[in-house]
Every structure is written in structure tokens, then in C-alpha cells.
Design a protein around this ligand. Structure first.
Ligand code: GLC
Ligand code: CA
Length: 560
């Protein structure tokens, strides 16, 4: 009695008719369940833990929570390897807990968005356990099986997590494809059975009453013709070329089928996509194409580790705005469970942590698009620096370390490289309190808590009107009050300084000017002519006609 299947048809969900563009006004909060709140002292976050923090999220002004996967999983990739789409992993709780979360969230006007991972399953999924047994049978075509080529892998593709994308299976005498870990075999979307099974599963969750999905790694459903890649080979002799298999017409056709089901339920869908060019981005979220409401680019134009700069970020914001301003919509985020902490990457997580975290918050809350907040961002949580690779849990981090060693790097250098990109930076437990376990757990946390929880935590942030958290609350309140900030048009101003962002939001009878200093130095700026009133700023002063902006200073001004 603990699966969604047994509940089909028995749940009443109160989803009142939504206006056409309802998703544009949402304030979405991403929860990484393992690290959010542990209710039973086993060191792992869980559903009752999330329920206990709904009041906190409501007060923050959140309209929707997106849960990273909570389904049964052996956790090679922390839940993104699903072994049973219909059951909640007992570590997180029961289906009754999820019902309670759904109802308590809905009672507060908060939507429940689940992760939908259908590029691959876990190798522990029943479909795969059957599929690997023989070339005939109900599930034999559920995965991508190929004969060896000259006694080796069918082609030279590398997996995203390093090594070959193919794994040999003795039982079938064939290789199966896994674009991620070998424990994550890719589904064969050419199989009628896969389509039927997945579509039915989606319906069961919608019938259960979830409000929509964040659709994982969705650009690669149709893999094309399996030709060798001409990209450079990695240290193990394989080529990573996700672009070659991304965004194919076959993939878009399947997404349309998925979204048609979602539309029947008036449900939300944001796709995680791999885009090569901006028109690819628009193809996923233009209204005409009837696919996603918005898309999360896997490597978003404005989130690039190592290569980002304020100038590039500015260019990318403008370009993606121009591409979709008439048809399409933006998911706004700077961090998630796959990225470093935003204040560490784009801001300054030491001297100017508070100012820069607020400045980044202002950027996300004042751009057109739907803002996504990743847990802990609202208190300015930072990257973690573990002393050894053994402290890291993430499969991608460990693979990056291994690859660096294979390339001849020293252990120290390999650790430095792996730590900088580590997804564990975002996955350290939420810091609720200045006490042992950070108020996250009374037990031993599954991943070591960032040592700075003594000073960076929710409890102290709530008590401080000048905290990053208070700033988020105020910004969200302003955004909710001002249709201009949510739906108005945008125009960037040429400031002659890469590090000064100045853009207007216009419409609904108002004009706002956002002014941000993206650097840790003083910068001069003159306001456009007119009478400007400061709505909110991260300093304690109002804007002057001509002024020197302090490091990471940020203003939201309104034309009077
Ligand atoms: C997505 C997820 C990531 C996961 C990968 C494979 O990119 O965000 O965490 O490892 O897909 O499912
Ligand atoms: Ca727990």
C-alpha cells in the first residue's frame, strides 16, 4: 500500500483552473531532499522534514517547491537513478508522507513539482533486470542494446561521468548505452513499451495531484545514428559529444507527447535541456511548439564554471532575452544541485559574502523570467572545502578526480580540480541553526556539513532584519506586488563598464531601474535623467545622480 499506483483515482486534487500564464508568476524553490531537513536522526533529509519547514517557505514567499527525486533508488547518482517510479524511497518516508506534503503545501498555496527522470532508469529497475536477461521478452527493447563492433564498444562515445558510454552485458552478449553512470542505462524511446509505460506513470503522478515536473536531462531521448564522434578523445580513449545527440526532432516529438499529457492537467513543466544555440533554447519553450513552459539549460548561458565573466553574463542575458521576448520564457537561476554555490562562483564568499549574495538575489528577482531559488541560497550558503576526496560523495566529483589522476595530475591538483566543479558544494546539508548537526539532523549527516554553519544559518538570519534572508523576503514581496517586474519588458543600458549592470523594466504604468556592481571595487555610474526613488538596496543609502558604487552594491530604483 505504499505506491502511487494503488492510489490512482482515489485522490482528489484541488487544482483550480489556472490562468494561461500562471507559471510566469511563480517563485520556485528547489529542495534537494537528502540535504534539506532530517526528521528522524538518520542523517538523511526526508519528507516529514520538508513538511516541518513549509511555514518557513511560505513566509519566504515561495509558490512552488521542486523536489529532486525521492523515488526508490540505489543512489549511485543520488536518486537520479530510479529503480521504481511509483514508490517513494523509504529513506524519505512513505506515500502517506507525500500525500501530507502535497496537502499541506496546497493548503498554503504552494505547488508541488516533482523531478521526472526518463532519459534513463537505474540498472536496478525491474525493466532493466528483465531486459538484460535476453534478446526476447517484454522488456528486451526497453534499453539501447547493440552488438559489439570488432569485439569492442559499438562506438567511441564517452559517458558524461567519464569512461565509455557502453557497458558489456554477458547475458545478452551485447552492450547497453548509458550517457551517465553505468548504473543509469538509457531508455530506448523507440520502444512502444517504453512510451506507454512512461506516459502511464506520468498520468499516475498527475492523478496523485502533483502540479508538474522538472524534466531531467531531456535533450537526448533520440540518439540519432550512433556514429563515432569526431571530438577529442579523453584520457580513456572516448569522446564526449552531448551536442551531437541533443535536440533532435525525434526528441522534440516525444516531449510534445509528454507535454500534451501535462496540458490535460494544466500542469507545469520545465525541461532540463542541453542547448547549442539560442534558437535551440526557444524551441523548447516557444508557445507555438507546445513543449515546456520554460527550460533549464544544462549549461545555462550565464552559468559557466571557469569561463564566466560579468561581460559575458550581460551579453547572454540580453541575447536570450531578445531571442524569447516575443515567444518563450526564462527559468532564472544561478545555482542548483549540479552547480557550485552562486555566492562562491559569481560573488565573493569571504569579504563581501552578504553584499554579493544580495546583489545576485536582486539580479535573479528583477530579470524577466521565473526565479528558482536553490535551498540555502537564501542564507548565502557557500562552497565547501573538504580536506580529501574521501569526503566527497558525488559520483561526478569522484570521476573528475579519477580522470585528473589519469591525465597525470598530482593528488593535490586532482582534488583542487574536482572540488571546484563538485556538485557536493550545493549538496551539503541545509544550515538551520548554530548547533551540532546545524539543526539539520541529530544524527550523523550523510554528507559533512559546511563548517560555517555556526555563523551562516537560518535561525540567525531570521533574527536579523539586514540578513540575506530578509533581503530575499523583501525582494520577493516587491516582485509579487509589481507586475512590471514579472511581466514587463527589459532594456539593458550601455554603462561603458563591464562590471556595472544597469537595466530597466517597463510596463504596467511603471519603470524600474536595476543597478548592480558586479565587482569588489568602487565603480562610477551616472543615473539616466529623471527622478529616481530607491525601492530597495543592499547598502544603507539611496542612489545619487552621479555616484561611486560600492563593491557589489545593488539598487532597485523606480521612476517617479
Ligand atoms: C541531471 C541532474 C543530475 C543528474 C543527471 C543524470 O543533469 O540534474 O543531477 O546527475 O541529470 O540524471
Ligand atoms: Ca531522515
Amino acid at each position: 500500500m505504499d505506491s502511487v499506483q494503488t492510489r490512482e483515482g482515489t485522490m482528489e486534487h484541488t487544482r483550480e483552473k489556472r490562468s494561461k500564464d500562471w507559471f510566469k508568476d511563480l517563485e520556485i524553490y528547489q529542495i534537494y531532499p537528502k540535504s534539506f531537513m532530517d526528521s528522524n536522526g538518520d542523517g538523511i533529509g526526508d519528507l516529514p522534514g520538508i513538511i516541518s519547514k513549509l511555514d518557513y517557505l511560505e513566509k519566504l514567499g515561495i509558490d512552488a517547491i521542486w523536489l529532486s527525486p525521492i523515488y526508490v533508488s540505489p543512489c549511485y547518482d543520488n536518486g537520479y537513478d530510479i529503480a521504481d517510479y511509483d514508490r517513494i524511497d523509504p529513506v524519505f518516508g512513505t506515500i502517506e508522507d507525500l500525500e501530507r506534503l502535497r496537502d499541506e503545501a496546497h493548503g498554503r498555496g504552494i505547488c508541488l513539482i516533482m523531478d521526472l527522470v526518463v532519459n534513463h532508469t537505474s540498472s536496478f529497475h525491474e525493466w532493466f533486470r528483465e531486459s538484460r536477461k535476453s534478446r526476447t521478452g517484454q522488456y528486451s527493447d526497453y534499453y539501447i542494446w547493440k552488438d559489439p563492433k570488432d569485439g569492442k564498444e559499438p562506438n567511441n562515445w564517452a559517458s558524461c561521468f567519464g569512461g565509455s558510454a557502453w557497458e558489456y552485458c554477458e547475458e545478452r552478449g551485447q552492450y547497453y548505452l548509458h550517457m551517465f553512470a553505468k548504473e543509469q542505462p538509457d531508455l530506448n524511446w523507440k520502444s512502444e513499451g517504453v512510451r506507454k509505460s512512461i506516459f502511464a506513470m506520468i498520468r499516475r503522478w498527475l492523478d496523485f495531484g502533483v502540479d508538474g515536473f522538472r524534466v531531467d536531462a531531456i535533450s537526448y531521448l533520440d540518439k540519432g545514428d550512433f556514429c563515432d564522434s569526431t571530438n577529442a578523445l579523453n584520457a580513456e580513449g572516448y569522446a564526449l559529444d552531448m551536442d551531437a545527440i541533443s535536440n533532435r526532432p525525434g526528441t522534440h516529438a516525444i516531449i510534445k507527447d509528454i507535454c500534451r499529457i501535462l496540458d490535460e492537467y494544466d500542469a507545469f513543466a520545465v525541461g532540463e535541456v542541453n542547448i547549442k544555440k539560442l534558437s535551440d533554447y526557444r524551441d523548447y519553450c516557444s508557445e507555438d511548439r507546445k513543449e515546456f513552459k520554460m527550460a533549464i539549460p544544462f549549461v545555462p548561458p550565464i552559468v559557466e564554471i571557469g569561463t564566466w565573466s560579468p561581460a559575458k553574463m550581460k551579453r547572454d542575458i540580453v541575447a536570450s532575452y531578445e531571442t524569447m521576448k516575443d515567444d518563450g520564457w526564462w527559468a532564472r537561476f544561478l545555482s542548483n544541485h549540479d552547480k557550485p554555490r552562486q555566492v562562491s562562483l559569481y560573488g565573493n564568499d569571504t569579504t563581501y559574502r552578504i553584499d554579493s549574495a544580495k546583489m545576485l538575489a536582486m539580479l535573479m528577482q528583477t530579470l524577466p523570467g521565473t526565479p528558482f531559488i536553490f535551498q540555502g541560497e537564501e542564507i548565502g550558503m557557500t562552497d565547501v572545502h573538504y580536506p580529501s576526496i574521501g569526503c566527497y560523495n558525488d559520483i561526478d566529483t569522484r570521476n573528475a578526480y579519477r580522470t585528473a589522476l589519469l591525465e597525470g595530475k598530482s593528488e593535490e591538483e586532482a582534488l583542487r580540480i574536482a572540488a571546484a566543479i563538485s556538485r557536493d558544494n550545493a549538496r551539503t546539508p541545509m544550515q538551520w541553526k548554530n548547533e551540532e548537526g546545524a539543526g539539520f539532523t541529530t544524527g550523523k549527516p550523510w554528507l559533512e556539513i559546511n563548517g560555517n554553519y555556526r555563523t551562516i544559518n537560518v535561525e540567525s538570519s531570521l533574527a536579523d532584519d539586514e540578513s540575506i534572508l530578509s533581503f530575499y523576503r523583501k525582494l520577493i514581496e516587491i516582485r509579487k506586488k509589481e507586475p512590471c517586474l514579472r511581466r514587463g519588458s527589459m532594456e539593458f543600458h550601455d554603462t561603458g563598464d563591464d562590471c556595472i549592470f544597469a537595466f530597466s523594466r517597463m510596463g504596467y504604468g511603471k519603470e524600474f531601474l536595476v543597478l548592480l556592481n558586479f565587482s569588489d571595487s568602487l565603480r562610477r555610474y551616472s543615473l539616466p535623467a529623471g527622478n529616481w526613488m530607491s525601492v530597495i538596496s543592499n547598502g544603507k543609502r539611496s542612489a545619487q545622480e552621479s555616484m561611486v558604487l560600492k563593491p557589489y552594491e545593488a539598487f532597485l530604483l523606480e521612476r517617479r
